[in-house]
Design a protein around this ligand. Structure first.
Ligand code: ADP
Ligand code: MG
Length: 632
């Protein structure tokens, strides 16, 4: 279905003010803006990347988001939610099989929707994503010193209608008007400025934490057209981490056969695995040190990049077939590809780079940080919508076919997959039985012949058709997909002109009422939330430092950390213990300020001890012995 559609030039409309670009990733999220023509990531105190991780308490209060939440998973895995993007726009049935892979609990809501259960509270994936978006919004607001209410958010090209809707809803819930949903590969191409009057075909290879996407785009006269998309929703850096974890655990079990890691310990092993992997992207070998004193584990080993590449080759290789399929779908030959763009943190691995080069027969673009590329492109698109940049048009494609159910439960495709957006298509149908006065229209998305294998998006009835013999009444069904990839369906009886129209409300998004209610609640409870949040944060921080201090004192007592008695005296352990008890007394209270004060006091008291342990560990490392104690 060749289409000649030009998007209206957004820059002609009234200027909507500041708009930020957001990469809402499975693993990591970022917010970016354009500073005098140059896109930049907005960094917080802990860097530009906000891990898409949220920690909640049993009452449903947000305790931490991002880097802090990721750390929190070390002490409390069950209250820490990650990879929510996988659940967006999905039913419980859709994701049941992955519940085994997630450390938190999934539950089913009445309507078959998936919920995340934390303590007694149930959360929608939309709400959880909104927590991450709020953090990004706050980051941008701190940076600009003013409120930010408009954003462009990116999604994977394969996201279906329900998932795009869910992403928009999450934005709304976070207090952001989502001006545009942009496909991630399209954003990445923008970030590389490939729109600048160049002609050609671009492949965007995106290997992130949990997902792999490959997209083939065509550029002409500054217009991006996505020719095809492919990928694997269960392939990424997490798989590499998991393989390393398996290796470590197997080897630990050789020494400690009874070792069965719990949630927190798994998280600790995962962190060690991920750090080792990251280091091996730039170093030929790395020292692994994993200490779990409770389980009598003190694991040490040297790991080389070659070993890592050997045990993970099959994972990296799995990206090859989707690439080849995408090239086929785009109806091109690999030699016709002019540019290859690397996106996603995992493309920092040398093994991935060389595979990409091998598949596409050319050196990929890697001048930008691969984990920032999408956010930078989103910022450029945001700038366009803010009326700041002219002459950029974005055309995306529909990743899955859309159609309706016809007789026998067959799928009748109206818009085939990989059709350029926005698009409109109409098909004519007839009635099946005599005197039929109503037609039920069931809208599906998917590639299979029978609708039962595809995904139902909506249903509605066209009523008031005049009674006629079967086949005599004709009705037209039109599908329109707008620039956000959102579908509008209409049906019209040809003779009478009777018509019915719906914007497809995906079955697994939130209803308008639900969103309204949540928005209302978020305003009503806002001030209360701030107080609760401050208290929750103080408590978490208090618990964290208590646990860390108790751990060190325990190690000192058991002689696991060796400090000469003379030095020990000068470190004033008695003062540490006093401060420890003082904090213990207030940590369960409702007084955030008192808790914070005692936290500070304990931090001060432990300062000399921490310094000493650090020095001791460093010298032990130099002797090749101990590294893991440094972290606390
Ligand atoms: P997503 O798009 O899935 O949110 P990212 O693009 O941020 O995620 O990629 C995150 C993944 O990249 C993680 O698995 C992380 O371990 C991996 N990663 C980040 N930096 C490196 C590196 N230097 N070497 C190898 N992997 C890396
Ligand atoms: Mg990404």
């Amino acid at each position: 279905m060749p289409l000649q559609i030009t998007l209206p030039n957004q820059s002609d409309s009234t200027t909507p003010g500041r708009v930020v670009g957001i990469d809402l990733g499975t693993t990591n999220s970022l917010v970016a803006y354009v500073d005098q023509g140059v896109p930049k990531v907005i960094a917080g105190a802990d860097g530009g990347i906000v891990p898409s991780v949220v920690t909640l308490d049993d009452n449903g209060n947000v305790v931490a988001v991002g880097v802090k939440a990721k750390k929190h998973a070390l002490v409390d895995a069950a209250h820490t939610v990650y990879s929510v993007k996988r659940l967006m726009g999905k039913s419980f049935q859709d994701v049941k099989k992955e519940s085994g892979l997630l450390a938190y609990r999934l539950a089913q809501a009445d309507e078959g929707l998936v919920r995340v259960q934390i303590g007694k509270k149930l959360f929608t994936p939309i709400e959880l994503s909104a927590f991450v978006l709020k953090e990004l919004k706050k980051r941008a607001e701190d940076f600009f010193g003013e409120t930010v209410t408009k954003a462009v958010i990116t999604v994977p090209a394969y996201f279906n209608d329900a998932q795009r809707h869910a992403t928009k809803d999450a934005g709304r819930l976070a207090g952001l008007e989502v001006l545009r949903i942009v496909n991630e590969p399209t954003a990445a191409s923008l970030a590389y400025g490939l729109d600048k009057s160049k002609q050609g075909i671009i492949a965007v290879y995106d290997l992130g934490g949990g997902t792999f996407d490959i997209s083939i785009l065509k550029l002409s006269n500054g217009v991006f057209e996505v020719l095809s998309t492919n990928g694997d929703t269960y392939l990424g850096g997490d798989d590499i981490d998991r393989r390393l974890m398996e290796l470590f655990i197997t080897q630990i079990k050789h020494m400690e056969p009874a070792f069965e890691p719990n949630g927190e310990q798994l998280q600790q092993i995962r962190n060690v695995a991920e750090s080792a992997k990251i280091e091996l992207s730039t170093k030929p070998s790395v020292m692994i040190a994993l200490d779990i004193p409770q389980a009598n584990v003190a694991y040490r080993r040297n790991l080389t990049r070659t070993e890592l590449e050997t045990i993970t080759r099959s994972i990296v290789e799995r990206t090859r077939i989707p690439c080849e399929m995408a090239i086929k779908d785009a109806l091109i030959d690999v030699d016709e590809i002019d540019e290859v763009v690397l996106v996603g943190g995992s493309t920092r691995m040398p093994a991935v780079r060389s595979l990409v080069q091998q598949i596409f027969k050319r050196k990929p673009h890697d001048e930008l940080n691969p984990d920032e590329t999408v956010a930078l492109g989103a910022a450029i698109q945001a700038n366009v919508l803010a009326g700041e940049t002219k002459d950029v048009l974005l055309l995306d494609v529909t990743p899955l076919s859309l159609g309706i159910e016809t007789i026998g439960g067959m799928m009748s495709t109206i818009i085939p997959r990989n059709t350029t957006l926005p698009t409109k298509a109409t098909e004519t149908y007839t009635t099946f039985v005599d005197n039929q006065t109503g037609v039920e229209i069931n809208v599906y998305q998917g590639e299979r012949d029978f609708v039962r294998d595809n995904r139902k998006l909506a249903e509605f009835t066209l009523k008031g058709i005049p009674p006629l013999p079967a086949g005599a009444a004709k009705f037209e069904v039109s599908f329109l997909i707008d620039a956000d990839g959102i579908l509008h369906v209409s049906a019209k009886e040809v003779h009478t002109g009777i018509a019915h129209e719906v914007e497809v409300k995906p079955s697994y998004g939130l209803t308008e009422e639900e969103i309204e209610r949540m928005l209302r609640e978020s305003v009503v409870y806002a001030s209360q939330d701030i107080g609760e949040r401050r208290l929750a944060e103080a408590k978490t921080e208090g618990q964290r430092i208590l646990a860390a201090t108790e751990k060190v004192l325990g190690q000192l007592r058991r002689g696991e950390i060796v400090i000469t008695p003379q030095r020990l005296q000068s470190l004033n352990v008695a003062a540490v213990i006093d401060a420890l008890y003082a904090l213990r007394r207030v940590v369960q209270s409702e007084d955030a300020e008192a808790i914070n004060n005692q936290v500070t006091a304990l931090e001060q008291a432990t300062e000399p001890l921490a310094q000493e342990i650090m020095n001791a560990s460093v010298s032990e490392v130099l002797e090749g012995k101990n590294v893991a104690e440094i972290s606390t």
